[in-house]
Design a protein around this ligand. Structure first.
Ligand code: HEC
Length: 178
């Protein structure tokens, strides 16, 4: 059994180097167009929500005091992971800054099927607010300054809420994003 795996690996190595050779002779591939398989709610739940929780947690818990998980490499809480403590707060802040770019990609739908309101000038303003709040949080995390994190978390809360007030907080889901 071991032997089979070994042979397969050898074969794979040969195939990859061959592929490498053919690829190097061709012109560089054009950059793949961005795609948006997640609706806006899924993007929020998958990236913005978990990242912002790391920042909100750092208001009351000093990240430097968080003990690593039993097995940090499989930890589901970034603060207790291999990249834990203040580094987790830095990374969460940067994830939010980068998520602002995802919020500007064309083609994004809201969960109710309505186009995300990308063309509204307010959308651009709120996305920039998220970016700025993320950078403020990143600087606070780099400085390992919990007072500044409390301040930055407040700015972040406002950045999330200003967009939600306009497009999310509706009695009927069908009216979101309109
Ligand atoms: C530029 C606008 C905008 C910003 C900024 C924004 N959101 Fe959202 N968010 C929305 C909209 C619109 C929805 C509703 C999406 C839908 O129904 O498809 C939403 C939905 C959500 C949801 C899902 C709610 C549900 O019904 O399940 C969560 C969670 C969320 N946002 C968290 C956040 C957090 C945390 C932040 C800040 C770090 C944030 N959002 C910043 C526009 C924004």
């Amino acid at each position: 059994m071991r032997r089979i795996v070994f042979i397969q690996l050898l074969f794979l190595a040969a195939a990859t180097s061959l592929a490498g050779q053919t690829a190097s002779k061709k012109a560089p591939a054009p950059a793949a167009a961005a795609q948006t398989p997640a609706n806006l709610a899924q993007l929020m739940r998958g990236i913005l929500y978990p990242a912002s929780n790391v920042i909100f947690a750092a208001q009351s818990t000093d990240p430097a005091e968080v003990k690593p998980a039993g097995n940090p490499s499989t930890a589901t809480d970034p603060l207790m992971s291999t990249y834990g403590g203040w580094q987790a707060v830095e990374n969460a802040a940067l994830a939010l800054v980068e998520s602002a770019n995802l919020l500007t990609l064309p083609g994004r739908k809201c969960a109710n099927g309505v186009d995300a309101p990308l063309r509204s000038p307010d959308w651009a303003k709120f996305v920039q607010g998220l970016r700025d709040a993320g950078m403020k949080t990143y600087k606070a995390a780099q400085a390992k300054n919990q007072d500044n994190i409390v301040d930055a978390a407040e700015t972040m809360t406002e950045a999330c809420a200003s967009c939600h007030d306009k497009w999310r907080e509706k009695p009927n889901l069908a009216d979101r994003c309109k």
